[in-house]
Design a protein around this ligand. Structure first.
Ligand SMILES: [Zn+2]
Length: 457
């Protein structure tokens, strides 16, 4: 008899749609239930029915609040899941905002296609109702099975606020799911916790084949891009993910503006979700790293500075277009596949004096990816838009470990590991990382396909 059975229902040979089923001791546990992210939320893969009996799943553990890890939870609930959902407290708050925010996009998509939306508000509210357990890092959670108790432990992944690596220990075997691993040292978060004595690792690989070469210089590159654009009288566009990236960019502006390294210009945070998530971040200041806690202790509001304008309402957002001064606009979505950034891109991408700064991973089939790939013309709201603005792509702001740091992360458990499953990456990233881990540590590597199941122990 095996100890664990894992089935890779999502996030296998793709970076998004995280969803793994773990069976042990007569119990069924899910790790994450995320959306596959592409051009639209309601792409066919997100509409497929679940390949397991959702009503028989006992618990869902959530690594962190990103949409590709939580966005399909309301669909799961709609499909009969009645178990308990558990995560850290900030993850629950972030996930609630993220799931409710996605309703707007889903409603619009449904209007266009005539199909029913992927889920409705009542499904989100039911998911929040089932989300009844808050876990803390390094505080073991006892999970009853038909025989021995299992122990579930959350470790700090250092990825975004509340992010966790989930470790399950049962019958002397330990399996860990990394979720997404943070780009330690992060400007805001603590370092990723070093794991110990793990037998099986299910590991992310978004940047498995690349390094963030510009990480040490990211602020320099950022500053130069902003200053030179302002000097030309242009507009700086920053498509930013609402979680973590927006707060890191605000933190960077806070430092650069207050130390007078960049001139005081209007910096619009044109993202209701970004504004709301920033409020959650402010609530959990004790989760930040020591450096940031010191700055807060000195009396500085790390997410506020002279020139910052938060535009919550659509009217305020539209008002930005009539501001002809040099300025900065931070808006979602982070991959330009929806949201307010599109209106600003339609206006400023044709302007050679303006600059678009890319600060995050851009999935295939997104507008952001086409811009990064050097398209000279793109379609926005069904209209052709010339891309004359300067493109500055800064990898160092990534919230993910790069290839070298993913390899380094495994070193503390390389001796105890019996198998590593590489997931949550485009195939070339996963295979490249697998090759590196095999060469570095002689590890047994598996790169599962969607739907593959394995028995362990
Ligand atoms: Zn993530």
């Amino acid at each position: 008899m095996s100890v664990f059975k894992i089935t890779f229902y999502g996030g296998a040979q793709m970076p998004t749609g995280s969803n793994f089923l773990v069976e042990f001791g007569g119990k069924k546990v899910l790790i994450d239930c995320g959306l596959v992210q592409g051009e639209k939320y309601s792409i066919p893969m997100n509409r497929e029915s679940f390949k397991y009996d959702t009503s028989s799943v006992d618990m869902l553990f959530v690594t962190h609040g990103h949409l590709d890890h939580v966005g399909r939870i309301p669909v799961l609930v709609k499909a009969g899941f009645k178990g308990i959902i558990a995560s850290t407290e900030p993850t629950r708050e972030i996930a609630e905002l993220i799931m409710l925010d996605s309703m707007g996009v889903l409603g619009k998509e449904a209007m266009h296609t005539g199909e029913p939306p992927l889920y409705e508000e009542k499904d989100v509210l039911q998911a929040i109702h089932l989300w009844s357990i808050a876990l803390e890092y390094e505080k073991p959670f006892i999970f009853k099975t038909k025989d021995e108790d299992a122990i579930v432990t959350f470790h700090d992944s250092g990825h975004i606020l509340g992010g966790a690596i989930i470790e399950i220990s049962y019958k002397g075997e330990k399996i860990a799911f990394t979720g997404d691993l943070g780009n330690t040292p992060s400007p805001l978060m603590k370092d990723t916790t070093e794991l110990k004595d793990i037998d099986y690792l299910v590991m992310e690989s978004v940047y498995g084949d690349r390094n963030h070469k510009d990480k040490d210089k990211r602020i320099e590159i950022f500053k130069e891009a902003v200053v030179s654009t302002i000097n030309k009288g242009g507009t700086v566009l920053i498509p930013a993910f609402s979680i973590e990236r927006t707060q890191e960019i605000l933190l960077a502006f806070n430092e650069l503006v207050e130390s007078k390294q960049i001139p005081e210009v209007p910096v619009y945070l044109d993202s209701p979700l970004g504004i709301n998530i920033t409020r959650v971040y402010k609530k959990y200041e004790s989760w930040f790293n020591e450096n940031v806690k010191e700055i807060i202790k000195s009396g500085d509001d790390i997410f506020a500075f002279k020139g910052l304008v938060q535009t919550l309402s659509p009217d305020e957002s539209r008002g930005i277009a009539s501001d002809s001064r040099p300025k900065v606009i931070i808006a979602g979505s982070g991959m330009s596949n929806g949201g307010r950034i599109l209106f600003h891109e339609a206006k400023y991408l044709p302007d050679p004096n303006s600059t678009i700064i890319i600060v995050g991973y851009q999935s295939v089939n997104t507008l952001g990816r086409r811009i990064v790939d050097g398209a000279k013309e793109v379609m926005i709201h069904n209209m052709p838009v010339k891309v004359n603005a300067r493109l500055v792509n800064i990898h160092g702001f990534s919230a993910h470990k790069d290839s070298d740091n993913l390899v380094a992360f495994v070193s503390s458990i390389a001796k105890s590991l019996k198998k590593v499953f590489i997931v949550l990456g485009e195939p070339k990233s996963s295979f490249f990382l697998g090759q590196r881990l095999h060469e570095e540590y002689g590890l047994d590597i598996v790169i599962p396909e969607r739907g593959d199941a394995v028995e362990l122990g």
